[in-house]
Design a protein around this ligand. Structure first.
Ligand code: PNW
Length: 462
């Protein structure tokens, strides 16, 4: 069997607006919930914020050249909603449109395919303050209008769209345990926010398919999911692992690929889980041309015993994270990244197979995968063997999934460069290229050089 990846396999890297752009208070950009979160004492490590970030706004040409030199075929970035509509609902900020036009044109001139995410967490702040953000169903109309502006302005050149990035994070981290913007802590709001995100996603999808069909592009959603292995082969632990997957991924994927929330969530969450009307179910069902997947890590799952501390006991949060009634643990043999996330390449293969089986062989793109490494010096970054091994092993397992019949069509490494890692500020480095935050210089690391060679031979070296 050839070790190559399928012909036309897409090799790319990914970033997000708030994490790299900077120029946060310039060129007509409105504030986002992440600007406000950064300004709230104690929320982000070291008091870091997105004001300068990687200064990509001013250095995008250099960044595109670097991508070209690395041989990347595709680049996934996100549009900052508050750059397009500073208040989230009204007038368009032409400077914001101009910026993304310059970026898109530059990518195309260099033969790099733009993959554009409409929402990667930087909600315009006025929508939060005046309208309760994702908790208010009105957001569906606002997101529809914003999406339409993007399709109108950029759709002649952008052919790959992602509506939402990781609604699980925005719901759970943003509205359940409060470690992401808007910092809400609640046992019911995550379900409501998720519900309105699914409706917003579906609306954007329908608008694109009905009004912009002539643009001939594809559009989908990106969800994140870890994999869960049962701690033992006891039936209760196997069921716990499956339930954990349903609470993580099927929560968002079942409505789109099956038409409604998983039965186990209805049972365990009860009336805190909103219901879709028959009309809404129809709008959501089938609303993704591909299955976008962000994947990083795996854990062991088991039926909780009396001795198990549930996550909320440890974190002292609102407790919604325990609705699934699963105990999580780590296999001591697993290595850990700088995020303390387990490095489990076979989990990537098993997750791909799980998605393939549950959703009847969808087209899948890995829209993020990567590893944070502790790199205090430039020298450490230049020898990022752990990251190179991470990419290589996860890609090797992905190819095994392809060999087993999974329709995986592409891989985007997270991330092109070190950037603002949310509540960790600039203290976690995910980049294949190093960013010196004093000089803002970029420099490809060993993992980038390795990925570059890998792309050139379509993975035959793996
Ligand atoms: C994703 N979790 O975030 C995001 O899409 C990126 O913006 C981010 O930089 C990257 O992964 C690395 O963290 C996640 O707690 C944040 O499970 C947290 C989790 C998962 C993904």
């Amino acid at each position: 069997m050839s070790k190559k990846f399928p012909e036309n396999f897409v090799w790319g890297s990914a970033t997000a607006s708030f994490q790299i752009e900077g120029a946060a208070k310039q060129y007509g950009r409105g504030l986002s919930i992440w600007d406000a979160f950064c300004d709230t004492p104690g929320k982000v490590e070291s008091g870091h914020n997105g004001d300068v970030a990687c200064d990509h706004y001013h250095r995008f040409e250099e960044d595109v050249k670097m991508m070209k030199e690395l041989g990347l075929q595709a680049y996934r970035f996100s549009i900052a909603w508050p750059r397009i509509q500073p208040d989230g609902k009204g007038d368009i900020n032409q400077e914001g449109i101009d910026f993304y036009n310059r970026l898109i044109d530059c990518l195309l001139e260099h033969g790099i395919e733009p993959w554009v995410t409409l929402y990667h967490w930087d909600l315009p702040l006025p929508l939060q303050i005046e309208h309760d953000g994702w908790l208010n169903k009105e957001i569906v109309e606002r997101f529809e209008k914003y999406s339409r502006i993007c399709f109108e302005q950029f759709g002649d050149r952008v052919k790959n769209w992602i509506t939402l990035n990781e609604p699980w994070c925005a719901a759970v981290l943003g509205h359940g345990i409060g470690v992401h913007a808007p910092g809400r802590i609640s046992t019911s709001e995550p379900y409501l926010a998720a519900h309105n995100m699914l409706l917003s996603h579906a609306r954007a999808y329908r608008v694109y398919k009905s009004e912009f069909a002539h643009q001939n592009g594809t559009i989908g959603i990106t969800n994140n999911c870890d994999f869960r292995y049962p701690l033992t082969d006891k039936a209760e632990d196997i069921a716990a692992a499956e339930r954990s997957m349903e609470f993580f991924l099927a929560w968002f994927a079942d409505p789109i690929w099956k038409g409604d929330y998983p039965a186990v969530m209805k049972e365990y969450v009860g009336e805190r889980l909103p219901e879709f009307s028959a009309e809404e179910k129809q709008e959501i069902f089938g609303s993704s041309d591909f299955f976008g997947l962000n994947h990083y890590t795996s854990m062991l799952a088991s039926e909780p015993t009396e001795d198990d501390k549930l996550v909320s006991d440890i974190a002292g949060n609102g407790g919604m994270i325990d609705d699934q009634k699963v105990a999580l643990s780590n296999d001591p043999s697993w290595d850990k990244s700088h995020m303390q996330w387990n490095i489990v390449p076979e989990g990537c293969r098993d997750l791909l197979k799980w998605i393939d089986a549950r959703y009847d062989r969808p087209i899948i793109y890995i829209t993020e995968n990567g590893c944070a490494c502790d790199e205090p010096t430039e020298e450490a970054a230049d020898n990022d063997l752990m990251r190179k091994n991470y990419y290589e092993s996860y890609l090797r397992e992905s190819r095994k999934a392809i060999d087993a019949g999974v329709d995986l069509r592409g891989y985007f490494a997270w991330s092109l460069m070190d950037n603002f890692e949310w509540s960790f500020g600039y203290n976690r480095r995910f980049g294949m290229c190093r960013v010196d935050y004093e000089t803002l210089e970029r420099k490809p690391k060993m993992s980038a050089r390795w990925l570059s060679q890998t792309i050139a031979q379509n993975g035959e070296n793996i």
